[in-house]
Design a protein around this ligand. Structure first.
Ligand code: P6P
Length: 333
């Protein structure tokens, strides 16, 4: 097999589309290297004494797993010294993380969920790292949270690593979606899927059905129609999957289609769903759109949402274009 490395892919992408300046290429390669380190720690499990919870909570009020904290530290340390970043933001940290004064500041801002799906860590189910790249505003002084308040359409790159039977890196810089598999013996990322495309239709949906009694009518209507299968208005049978790890559910959808939903519900009207806009919904939405899919919050295109808070939550409907269009239409009726 003609092995294309991540580095060669980025160089050729720059030559072809001029969308990956050297600093952005460095950023992506540093993040990819950090994901290799996280994969190694995740893969050790109990042998690395990294399972279980730390005695701390994050800004989300969630008990942190030891690997949550370790993954966050790996990404911070890997990205501080390179001169490609002005600041970082993480699900695990309340405020933004400016580059320390001892290092040069760069023109990009990196946001990440260092280890998404961490409730699955201790039971050996796939988890992942999600990242998003924004440009620092022209003429920005000391970075502030306000500098991060850019809609997802302003992302210059987005990706995730999924730590499963294989460790894979899925990446877009605005010209399609490509997937790299980690060759653990060589320690290198190898291009294994070019220009991933999500089928426009599907017969598979992903939602946490234990929340059914809390859903608002448009979601209930949409899910009931799929549950009715051949005998219902959609005239075909559907299957359901819920891994409770967004990275794993999205990876499946990228490979065989589907719709992923985490809606707002009646449990907490002040909390519009569980997932965060800046470092979960936005990067995944850029990837899904670049693969021919769609993503909305039920009412508008996800990437058009102008953020107001770093850790704001948002309802998520993403995946096969025609299915996202249907459930979004139900919200507008
Ligand atoms: P629930 C993981 O904690 C996560 O943030 C996403 O990765 C996942 O899709 C969702 O929450 C699972 O939520 O309510 O089903 O446990």
């Amino acid at each position: 097999m003609n092995r294309i490395s991540l580095t060669r892919h980025l160089v050729e992408e720059q030559r072809l589309n001029n969308t990956i300046p050297a600093e952005l290429r460095l950023l992506i390669e540093v993040v990819a290297r950090a994901c290799k380190t996280i994969s190694h720690a995740v893969g050790k499990g109990a042998l690395g004494e990294v399972l279980g919870t730390a005695d701390t909570e994050n800004v989300q009020g969630e008990v942190q797993k030891k690997l949550d904290i370790l993954s966050n530290e790996i990404l911070l340390e890997a990205n501080e010294w390179g001169g490609h970043l002005a600041a970082m933001a993480s699900e695990e940290m309340e405020s933004i993380h400016p580059i320390p004064n001892r290092y040069p500041m760069g023109e990009y801002m990196l946001l990440f969920d260092p280890l998404d799906g961490s409730s699955n860590i201790d039971v050996n189910v796939s988890i992942g790292t999600i990242f998003s790249v924004l440009k620092a505003p022209e003429g920005m002084g000391a970075p502030t949270e306000q500098d991060f308040m850019q809609p997802g359409s302003k992302q210059v790159a987005a990706g995730y690593a999924v730590y499963g039977p294989q460790t894979m890196l899925v990446l877009t810089t605005g010209n399609g979606v490509n997937c790299f598999t980690l060759d653990r013996e060589m320690g290198s990322w190898v291009l294994t899927q070019r220009n991933m495309q999500i089928p426009e239709d599907t017969q598979e949906f992903a939602i946490n059905a234990s929340n059914t009694r809390h859903w608002f009518p448009p979601v209930t209507r949409y899910v009931n129609e799929m549950m009715a299968g051949k005998t219902g208005p959609l005239g075909k049978d559907y299957n359901m999957r819920w891994i409770a790890s967004m990275v794993a559910d999205v990876h499946r959808i990228l490979n065989r289609g589907g719709i992923f939903m985490y809606p707002a519900d009646a449990r907490d009207l002040d909390k519009p769903g569980k997932l965060r806009l800046m470092y979960e919904a936005n990067p995944m939405s850029m990837i899904v759109e670049q693969a021919g899919g769609a993503s909305t919050d039920g009412k508008q295109r996800m990437l058009d949402i102008v953020p107001t808070k770093l850790h704001q939550r948002v309802p998520v409907f993403l995946g096969s274009k025609n299915e996202v269009a249907r459930v979004t239409k139900y919200h507008q009726e």
